[in-house]
Design a binder for this molecule. Structure first.
Ligand code: FUL
Length: 484
C-alpha cells in the first residue's frame, strides 16, 4: 500500500535505477473539440448594426418604427473584407438587440427588416452576412438579445417560446454558426407592445437556460455558447479589452450566472474550477457599441489596439473587437485604416520566430515529448517536463546575439491548464537578468519587454499543478509604432 502511494505521489515508477514516468493524463477540466477550435480563432469581429444605428442610441426603447431602418449603401461584403484584411477569423452580428428589431425577416414578428424600406422589405441581412462570411473564409456567429423591449409578452412565460422560435430560425436557416452570444443585460423599462412599463425578470430562472442551450446543441452542435457564465465561453468581466493578469479557464460553473451583480469577483476564473469555460474579451473600437457620427474621431488608436490585443489574446482570452457599422451600412474609413495598421503590425511581429533554429535546453523531458516540439510550428506536438522536476526550465542560448522585445508561450490545452507562475529572464552582456514574472498561461501568454540585444533567454515555471505541458514558444521583434 505504501509503495502504491509512493508511486501515486511521485507519478514515477522506479525499476532499479531506471525511472519510468507515469503516463501523461489530462489535469482537471479540459476543452471539448468545439471549444478548442474556437480557442484557436483568437481574434474576430463583433458588429453592432441595427435600429440603434439609425436612432443614434445605444439601447433603443423598443417603440422605434421599422421604417427608421434605412441604410443607403449597405454592403456586408465590405464588412467581411475588412475583417479578413484585419486578420480576424469570424464575425458575430447583433441579429436582434435589446430594442427587439430583427435583421432577418422573422416570421414571428412584424418588427423586422421586412417592414423597412431597405430592399423594399425583401432583404435578409443575416443571409447576406452569412454568404459574405462564407465567401471570405470567415466563421459566422449570432447575437440574439434575450431582453426584448419591443415584445408585448416580455417578462411572461410565452415570451420564452418567441425567443426560442427566433433562435431556431437563426440556427436553422443560415448555415454553420460558430458562436451564439447571449447578453447578460436584461429586464427594465420598455415599450413592451405599448405597455410602456418596467418589467423585471429573475435572471437565473426566467429563461430556463438549460432548455434553450439544448436547442443550440441540437441545431448547431459545433457552436460555442457565450454568456456571462458560459456554458462554453464566459465574459472577461469588463468591456475595456483587458483580461485579468491571472486568467484560469476553469470555473466552478454554478458560482456564476448571466447578469449577476458581483461578476467581477470571478473574472480571473478558479484554479480548481470544475468546468472549462475560457474568457472572451469584448470591446468596441469606439466608445459606443453602435455608430454615432460624433465619435468618428474617437476610433481607438493603433497602439491602443495593440495593447488590447496583448492584454486579451496574450492573457489566455480571445479578442472580440466590435466594429460599429455606420448609417450607410459600411465599416467607417477611420476603423478600416486602424485595423489595417494593426494587422500589419501583428504580421510584422509574429511572422519570424527568432527561437526557430536555436538550440533549446530543458531542465528535464518526459520521453516521447521532446523540447523541439516547442518550435516546430505544430500546436499538436508538445514538450513535457518530468514529474520530479519542481522548477521546469527552458533555456535558449543564441548562436549570435539578437534583438527582440516579445515573448510567447502556450500550454497544450487538451492536457488542461497547469501553470500557476513563471519567470522570464534574458541573458544580456553575459548576465542573466529577470525581465518578467507572471502567473497563468493557458492558451497563450504574450510578454512585451524593451527592445534590446540579448544572448539568451530562460523561461522558468515556478509553480505548477502538475507536469508542465507546453506546445509552443516564440521570441519576436515587434516593429516600433510611430503614431499618436
Ligand atoms: C452589453 C449590451 O447591453 C451592450 O449594448 C452591448 O451589446 C454589449 C456587447 O453587451 O451587455
Amino acid at each position: 500500500m505504501r509503495f502504491f502511494l509512493l508511486i501515486l505521489f511521485t507519478g514515477s515508477l522506479f525499476l532499479g535505477c531506471i525511472s519510468v514516468e507515469a503516463p501523461l493524463m489530462p489535469m482537471g477540466p479540459i476543452p471539448n473539440t468545439h471549444q478548442l477550435a474556437w480557442q484557436e480563432m483568437e481574434y474576430y469581429a463583433f458588429i453592432h448594426f441595427n435600429m440603434n444605428t439609425f436612432t443614434n442610441k445605444e439601447w433603443g426603447y423598443g417603440d422605434e418604427k421599422p421604417n427608421q431602418f434605412n441604410p443607403t449603401s449597405l454592403d456586408t461584403r465590405q464588412w467581411a473584407r475588412v475583417a479578413k484584411d484585419a486578420g480576424m477569423k469570424g464575425i458575430i452580428i447583433t441579429a436582434k438587440h435589446h430594442d427587439g428589431f430583427c435583421l432577418w425577416p422573422s416570421k414571428y414578428t412584424e418588427h423586422s427588416i421586412k417592414n423597412s424600406p431597405w430592399k423594399g422589405g425583401k432583404g435578409d441581412l443575416i443571409q447576406e452576412l452569412a454568404d459574405a462570411c462564407k465567401e471570405f473564409g470567415l466563421k459566422f456567429g449570432v447575437y440574439l438579445s434575450p431582453w426584448d423591449r419591443n415584445h408585448f409578452a416580455y417578462g411572461k412565460p410565452e415570451y420564452i417560446n418567441y425567443f426560442r422560435n427566433q433562435l431556431r430560425e437563426l440556427l436553422t436557416d443560415y448555415g454553420e454558426v460558430f458562436e451564439v452570444w447571449f447578453d447578460g443585460a436584461n429586464g427594465g423599462d420598455g415599450y413592451y407592445g405599448g405597455a410602456n412599463e418596467e418589467r423585471r425578470v429573475d435572471k437565473k430562472t426566467y429563461y430556463d437556460w438549460p432548455k434553450t442551450i439544448e436547442i443550440v446543441r441540437n441545431l448547431q452542435p459545433e457552436a460555442v455558447i457565450f454568456s456571462d457564465a458560459g456554458p462554453d465561453i464566459r465574459w472577461v468581466g469588463n468591456e475595456k479589452g483587458y483580461a485579468n493578469e491571472t486568467t484560469w479557464s476553469p470555473i466552478y460553473r454554478d458560482s456564476v450566472y448571466a447578469g449577476m451583480p458581483d461578476f467581477q469577483r470571478y473574472a480571473a476564473g478558479q484554479e480548481n474550477g470544475t468546468h472549462w469555460v475560457p474568457t472572451e474579451t469584448d470591446v468596441s473600437i469606439r466608445p459606443g457599441w453602435y455608430y454615432h457620427p460624433e465619435q468618428d474621431d474617437q476610433v481607438k488608436s493603433v497602439s491602443k489596439l495593440v495593447d488590447i490585443y496583448y492584454n486579451s489574446v496574450g492573457l489566455n482570452s480571445s479578442l472580440l473587437l466590435n466594429l460599429p457599422v455606420d448609417t450607410r451600412g459600411l465599416v467607417h474609413e477611420n476603423e478600416v485604416a486602424n485595423l489595417k495598421a494593426l494587422a500589419a503590425f501583428l504580421k510584422k511581429t509574429f511572422t519570424v520566430n527568432l527561437a526557430q533554429g536555436q538550440k533549446l535546453k530543458t531542465s528535464t523531458t518526459t520521453k516521447g515529448y521532446p523540447a523541439k516540439s516547442l518550435i516546430d510550428k505544430d500546436l499538436k506536438s508538445y514538450w513535457v517536463s518530468q514529474v520530479n522536476d519542481l522548477k521546469p526550465t527552458i533555456e535558449i542560448l543564441f548562436e549570435a546575439p539578437l534583438e527582440a522585445n516579445t515573448f510567447m508561450i502556450q500550454e497544450y490545452l487538451p492536457m488542461g491548464q497547469r501553470i500557476k507562475s513563471f519567470t522570464l529572464e534574458i541573458l544580456r552582456d553575459g548576465i542573466w537578468v529577470k525581465e518578467y514574472e507572471g502567473s497563468t498561461i493557458g492558451n497563450k501568454r504574450l510578454v512585451r519587454f524593451d527592445t534590446q540585444t540579448i544572448e539568451g533567454l530562460r523561461f522558468t515555471v515556478n509553480e505548477t499543478k502538475a507536469r508542465v505541458v507546453l506546445s509552443n514558444l516564440g521570441l519576436f521583434k515587434a516593429p516600433e509604432l510611430y503614431e499618436d
